[in-house]
Design a protein around this ligand. Sequence first.
Ligand code: SF4
Length: 376
Amino acid sequence: MSAAPGRFARHLLETPPVRTPPAAAPGDLDRALAAPSLESLPVLLSAEALPRLEELAQRAREVTLQRFGRAVRLFAPLYVSNACLSSCTYCGFSKGLDVARRTLTVDEVVAEARTLVGRGFRHLLLVSGEHRVEVSADYLVACVEALRPLVPSISVETQTWSDDTYARLVAAGLEGVVHYQETYDRARYAETHLAGWKRDYDRRLASTERAAEAGVRRLGIGALLGLSGDWRADVVAVARHAVWLQRAYWRTEVTVSLPRIKPSASGFQPLVAVSDAEYVQALAALRLAAPEAGIVLSTREPAALRDGLVRIAVTTMSAGSSTEPGGYLTPGTAQEQFSISDERSPAEVAAMLEAAGYDPVWKDAFPLVDVAARLP
Ligand code: SF4
C-alpha cells in the first residue's frame, strides 16, 4: 500500500506550480538577475539565460560568500552495503543485476571509518542499498553507536525509515539524513523505480519530514539530473522543497545536491544530457533561489569543474571517495555504485581549497542548532 502524501506534497497541491517557461524574454532575465527568487528560478534556468552565465555565476558567488563565507565542509561517503531489494533502472546496485554484493560487518565499518578519520575526515555519510534484512534498523543503530566515539558527525543515506527508527538513530548519535527524490516528476519516477520500497513516491518525499520531526539536525535532498526529460523542472522542485523544509523545520540545516547520472552496471542512458555550462547554470541559479541551502558536490564531477563550482555555489564536497562497500581498505571486492571522476586525495582537495582562499572544514565547531539554542 502506498504512503499518504506528506506535508510538502500537500503544500505542492495547494500552491500554484512554478513552471519552466517556453522562452524567457530579455526583460524577464534582467529582473530575475536583479531580484532572484523561487518564482524567477525558471527564468534563471532558461536556455536564454545561458549566454549570461558569467553574470549569473558572479551573482551566485556574491551570495555564497555573504551567506557561507569561505568555509567548505568536507565529508566522505562510507558504503556499508550494496545489497538491495529495490529495482531502479539507473543504479548499479539494482536488485536484478548480477554484481558482487557485500555488506560490511559493524567491525568492518569501524575499520573503514578509522581509515577515513586518518585521512582527516570528521563527517562521514554511511551509504547503503535498500535491504531491510542486511541493512536493518538494528544494524544501522549498531553502526552509529560504534562510530560515535570516533566520528563527531555521522549521516546516513539508506532506505527511508519509520519515525521510531529515525528517533533511535538520533539517540545513537546520528546527525544527518540524506534522501534524494531522484526526480519530482511522478510519471517518470514510476517508470524508473520499478519495484521495492523506493517505488513509493509519497513515502520517499515525506521521509525528510519524518526525520526532522524525529530530531535529525541535517537534511539532504536532491535530484538526479538526466533521469527525467526536463532537468530544469527538477531543479525548480528541489529548490522549492529546500525552502519549504527550511521554513517548516527552522532548526534544521538543509543541503541540496544535483548529481548528474554517471555510467554504472545498470547501463542506463540519461534522457537528456546536461552540459557543463548548463550544470554551472543549474547550481548558480539554485544558489540564488535558495540562498540559505548548502550545496553539495560529489566526486562524480571532474576536478576542474569542481574547482570552479566551489568558487560559485558549492559549500560541501566529498573527496577521495569510493562507492563500493569496503572500498577504502579492500577495494575490488564488491560492485561500485557508479564511477567517480575526481580521483584526487582528500589532502589534494584540501590543498586546492586553501590555494583558492577557502577554508576546508573537516568538522563544524558548533552544530547550528547549538548556536541557535544559545541565542537570547
Ligand atoms: S538507487 Fe538505491 S534503492 Fe535504487 S537500486 Fe540503487 S541502491 Fe537500490
